[in-house]
Design a protein around this ligand. Sequence first.
Ligand SMILES: Cc1cc2nc3c(=O)[nH]c(=O)nc-3n(C[C@H](O)[C@H](O)[C@H](O)COP(=O)(O)O)c2cc1C
Length: 175
Amino acid sequence: MKRLNDFELIDPFALKGNVFEMLDKEWMLITAGDKETFNTMTASWGSFGFLWRKPISIIYVRPQRHTYKFTEANSTYTLSFFGKGNQRKALAFCGANSGRDVDKPKETGLTPVCTPGGGIAFAEARLIVECRKLYTDDIKPEMFTDVGLETEIYPTKDYHRFYIGVIEGCYAKKG
Ligand SMILES: Cc1cc2nc3c(=O)[nH]c(=O)nc-3n(C[C@H](O)[C@H](O)[C@H](O)COP(=O)(O)O)c2cc1C
């Protein structure tokens, strides 16, 4: 599998762009696993922040996702961003199909690459964020202060598991 050749390591503090746009409009692929076995899925719910003196991301994965098995089993995950409007068909595909049933890289044409931390991301990305899990927990119904939101988002009680991960590498496409 290829490595991240045409990317440069950048400081997360030097990240440009609006995080809300990146998540809600650009979307991302969350990928966990290694070159032997990995899975990826589209996500738009997430967070970037600063916690425990570290730059962090938070991802939210429902337990029925195939990706969940991989975020559980691995110590790292990557986030791949492709630029607004880019790879829309591929992102829609990875957000509507499960790695249980399809080979997502094969079906989308996206090229998996090994990241320096041993994870997997995609060569077509404009930005790859590699994170190491620090903390995980589940969204709990009894903790909602806005009860209506709980019934709206979780009618089938499939509460997300969230992972807080320290950002160990940010890789931006050169040029
Ligand atoms: C735009 C978009 C955003 C999504 N965001 C999330 C998310 O944040 N968390 C989640 O668990 N699923 C999210 N999904 C759903 C998964 O991507 C989808 O269920 C996918 O097929 C799971 O694949 P898997 O079974 O291979 O893991 C999103 C889907 C789309 C299209």
